[in-house]
Design a binder for this molecule. Structure first.
Ligand SMILES: [Zn+2]
Length: 331
């Protein structure tokens, strides 16, 4: 087994211990237990509380978002306050990826200390996938469902739980995954079973894939427009790029945090920020804080339809920041 996979297994064990602890202490929330907390009326449908809508511009989205934001945040803050001195707690719910009732693990990992980072957590006790990974997995699964053909899918990750699950359980998918293994590696090279690809210069033929999946990758590439252009090139006609990014929902314009000058040196326009990376202790440098013009970036590269999918649900473990998002760009 590759040592990176082993490291992931160890992380999973740590989450498992946190689940056991929360159960022992009975720190468990159910839809019944939250009924009377302020703001919880937005979950009135209980088992059918999934909200899922596509938006193609900021104005349409914000009208809806702002009208319900306070209630969503009130619920999220309620749990933050209730469990502020706890290591972990559980939301009882249903994992759409696993298609079964489950316990979602919540804790303070990756958080700012004020609100839990629900987007990166709410780890399902069965599949071990977090909030955003479960949603992308289920979204893809539904697109493939009841289709006879085998779909070619590329995903910018390979050592992750997400990749392992998608490659193993989506039966009509032919999955290719890769990691960025360093600037001195050749695109397409396979090192200890892991494929190296640079998002700015993919080694794949044009028109190869039905879907490309990118989970929080584009904020880490030095030139996102080139990366989007490469994704477009490698997709078949009518192929779909599905991507998640840290998204600044109130910002029209993307903020570039780092540029690279003619000498190839990085110029930091804002304080350096790093996100967790399974391949690096230091983490990955953040180049962009994305705003709504990410939709225009995609269109400039040729995508014919580009939209944000906004979703939110307590029962399905999709809470955080008042709304969760992925993006789709169709060639
Ligand atoms: Zn699951």
């Amino acid at each position: 087994m590759h040592y990176l996979l082993l490291r992931n297994r160890i992380k999973n064990l740590y989450d498992r211990a946190k689940l056991v602890l929360a159960k022992l202490l009975n720190d468990v929330e159910t839809l019944d237990s939250i009924k009377n907390i302020p703001g919880a009326e937005i979950f009135s449908g209980l088992t059918q509380d999934l909200e899922l809508t596509a938006y193609r511009n900021m104005v349409d989205f914000q009208e809806y978002y702002n009208s319900t934001l306070d209630k969503r945040l009130a619920v999220e803050k309620y749990f933050a306050s209730k469990y502020k001195n706890k290591i972990s707690w559980i939301f009882k719910g249903y994992c759409q990826w696993c298609e079964r009732d489950t316990d979602f693990l919540a804790d303070w990992r990756y958080s700012d200390g004020v609100l839990p980072n629900y987007r990166e957590r709410l780890v399902c006790s069965y599949c071990g996938l977090n909030n955003r990974q479960r949603f992308v997995g289920d979204y893809l699964k539904k697109l493939l469902k009841n289709r006879k053909e085998v779909f070619r899918i590329y995903c910018y990750e390979q050592v992750t739980n997400f990749y392992q699950h998608m490659a193993r359980y989506l039966s009509n998918a032919d999955f290719t995954g890769s990691e960025y293994l360093g600037h001195n590696k050749k695109n397409g090279e396979i090192i200890a079973g892991i494929r190296h690809e640079d998002a700015l210069s993919l080694s794949f033929d044009s028109g190869l894939f039905d879907f490309i999946i990118s989970n929080d990758v584009y904020e880490h590439v030095p030139d996102v427009k080139i990366a989007l252009g490469e994704a477009y090139r490698c997709l078949k006609k009518n192929g779909v790029l599905i991507f998640s990014i840290p998204f600044f929902v109130d910002e029209r314009i993307t903020k570039q945090r780092v540029t690279i000058n003619e000498e190839g040196e990085m110029i930091h326009l804002f304080p350096e920020q790093y996100h967790g990376n399974p391949l690096s202790q230091k983490g990955s440098l953040v180049f962009y804080d994305f705003g709504w013009d990410i939709l225009d970036y995609c269109k400039e590269k040729g995508f014919k339809d580009v939209y944000m999918v906004a979703y939110y649900s307590l029962f399905y473990g999709y809470i955080g920041n008042g709304m969760q998002f992925i993006f789709c760009a169709e060639k």
